[in-house]
Design a protein around this ligand. Sequence first.
Ligand code: SF4
Ligand code: SF4
Length: 193
Amino acid sequence: MQTINVTDVIRKNSTFISMINRDSCQDVKKCYQCGKCSAGCPLAPFMDVLPNQVIRKVQLGMRNEVLNCESIWLCAYCSTCSVRCPRNIELAEVMDSLRILAQRENIRPKGRAKKVSIFNKGFLRSLKKYGRLHEFTTMLGFNIKSGKPFNNAETGLFMLTNGKLKLSVSSPRGMDEINRIFEKTEELEEKRP
Ligand code: SF4
Ligand code: SF4
């Protein structure tokens, strides 16, 4: 049986580990795998890789495994894990950095993660275009992109007829600032090493 030298594996994947440490402003090697983050995470029952396992995979530089798991998309950034962590690791920041990297590398999320990714993109599109969340177009776009155009159609219609959903949308004051935030973010993204 082939034996694996963990030190060699970590050395080989050090670029990935440093990148996640830098982007998340955390030091993943501080984690000693107590599992308190996973025990308190409200989304853990739905995750394919538990939060402490995500950290472990990052520690070992298991780039493909971690960037392709659903958990990085399911994390709700609630920070319950960070509050419980005896090593003060902000796991939500690590999850966020992994999600951004997966998106940058055009890794297609699978399963439940796919829906989260579709919603995230729709939400940002609406924010960029209208300066706020336009529920009607966001949910319609979500339904179409997730392959279920008539999902919750009855509820949508009920809300529309009762004035709870609006077809029209007016941009808020401060739209210039919102545009500048998007421009600056895109500019920084282009300059990334
Ligand atoms: S709670 Fe902190 S130290 Fe414990 S496994 Fe989670 S990240 Fe690691
Ligand atoms: S921030 Fe993410 S990983 Fe941490 S407890 Fe919340 S959902 Fe779980």
